[in-house]
Design a protein around this ligand. Structure first.
Ligand code: ATP
Ligand code: MG
Length: 407
């Protein structure tokens, strides 16, 4: 359906005397028979022409020659053939030049499999033999690999990510160049690094990705990350059994034997959001408190965990445990969480038959932190240890707890 829409863009451009091709990732994925998530188009029409021909557009990157054309609610990036100007600081260039030839545009692209274009007749333009590399399952840089990684060091991570997504090897010279240019990765914005790492962790072969990161020494400038990928790579195959990126990072950090503090540092180093950082460090803390082994599920008592982090986090933790104990697929963690949840007569402090104020009055004490502690103690006792949820029983138990702790 979406390809049909993109076809009309190519037809319109051709009807007005311009060249137009599908290009990059979509051509690669069509040839591989993989799902295509965005279709990019390149053309010798200049952005001014594209805007004129397609009134429904967003000028997303005019400076770089890109116009997002809208068709039936879908966007397609239409980019003028271009070469890239001088590269500064190992990042993308500050300026670009429009050119007339498709081959010059393909030449600026990172890998041979991403440097192919296809026209309306399905004719392939493939000056760097990308198709052959697809057949041989190789990630190969276009041109001189050292130069290409030096121009834009993000390509180092893209190479690893594509290898992990497609299960490809990295061609020998390209791999050697990656080792040689690895230090340049430290110049890349952390957010872009994180996005590539997330795609790698979300791929079909994350263990291959971790091994490549280690082999190429891409993270010598960030020892904590280096340690993470090195130590976790053996267990990284388990990530494919998880679907959320925070769960994946948590399993990885646990596999690398990093604790809650170190995990928090990793999250901050790759600038994850506060919410993600909290989520991940909670999972890592819980995993360390349970200490699941990689090959043997032990009987888990879910009650205290449910009271500690609630229903939703417990369910997510159950999913991580299932990935850790993947060998034993009969394990029904979710059922056990549910069972424990249903068994608890009360689930939160709010459901207790006494409030903090009731305790203050009954115990004739000033408000303070003790209230919160005692209420939590009462919750544990009623939820898990059979204390009746009645005012009388709770106040009696509260008095004992206060005396015991000398609050
Ligand atoms: P994905 O499946 O992740 O979208 P993709 O290959 O389409 O993979 P994009 O980031 O969408 O990747 O980029 C589209 C195309 O632009 C690539 O196929 C490649 O030709 C080119 N490209 C993207 N990033 C770079 C880069 N850093 N250096 C050189 N060429 C690049
Ligand atoms: Mg793409």
């Amino acid at each position: 359906m979406r390809k049909e829409l993109a076809v009309t863009i190519l037809q319109t451009l051709e009807a007005h005397g311009f060249e137009a091709y599908f290009v990059g990732g979509c051509v690669r994925d069509w040839l591989l028979g993989r799902p295509v998530h965005d279709i990019d188009i390149c053309t010798n029409a200049h952005p001014g022409d594209v805007i004129r021909l397609f009134p429904d557009h967003v000028p997303t990157g005019l400076k770089h020659g890109t116009v997002s054309v809208k068709m039936n609610g879908h966007f397609f990036e239409v980019t003028t053939y271009r070469t890239e100007g001088k590269y500064e600081d190992y990042r993308r260039p500050s300026d670009v030049q429009f050119v007339d030839e498709l081959n010059l545009d393909l030449q600026r692209r990172d890998f041979t499999m991403n440097a192919m274009a296809m026209d309306l007749k399905n004719e392939l333009q493939d000056p760097f033999n990308g198709r052959e590399d697809l057949a041989q399952q190789l990630v190969r840089a276009v041109g001189i690999p050292e130069e290409r990684f030096q121009e834009d060091a993000l390509r180092l991570l893209r190479a690893v990510r594509f290898a992990a997504q497609l299960g490809f090897a990295i061609e020998t010279k390209t791999l050697a160049a990656m080792k040689a240019t690895a230090p340049y990765l430290s110049h890349i914005a952390v957010e872009r690094v994180r996005e590539e790492l997330n795609k790698m962790l979300d791929s079909a072969s994350p263990q291959q990705g971790c091994e490549l990161l280690t082999k190429t020494k891409l993270f010598t400038h960030a020892p904590l990350l280096e340690r993470l990928f090195e130590r976790a790579s053996k267990q990284a195959w388990r990530l494919v059994h998880l679907n959320q990126v925070t769960q994946k990072w948590s399993l990885l950090l646990y596999a690398a034997e990093l604790g809650e503090e170190a995990s928090r540092k990793v999250c901050q180093q790759v600038r994850m959001s506060k919410r993600e950082t909290e989520e991940i460090s909670t999972f890592v803390r819980l995993l360390h408190s349970i200490k699941p082994q990689w090959d043997s599920p032990s009987e888990l008592i879910w009650g205290p965990i449910l009271l500690d982090v609630g229903w939703e986090t417990s369910c997510e933790l159950a999913r991580i445990l299932k990935a850790i104990w993947w060998k034993d697929q009969r394990e029904t963690f979710m059922e056990k969480v549910q069972e424990a949840f249903e068994k608890m007569p009360v689930k939160t402090v709010k459901e207790l038959a006494v409030t903090g104020l009731d305790l203050q009055v009954a115990l004739q004490k000033k408000p303070g932190e003790w209230i919160w502690r005692v209420l939590n103690h009462l919750l544990t006792q009623t939820a898990l240890h059979g204390l009746p949820n009645t005012q009388e029983a709770l106040i009696e138990a509260a008095k004992k707890e206060v005396a015991r702790n000398e609050y």
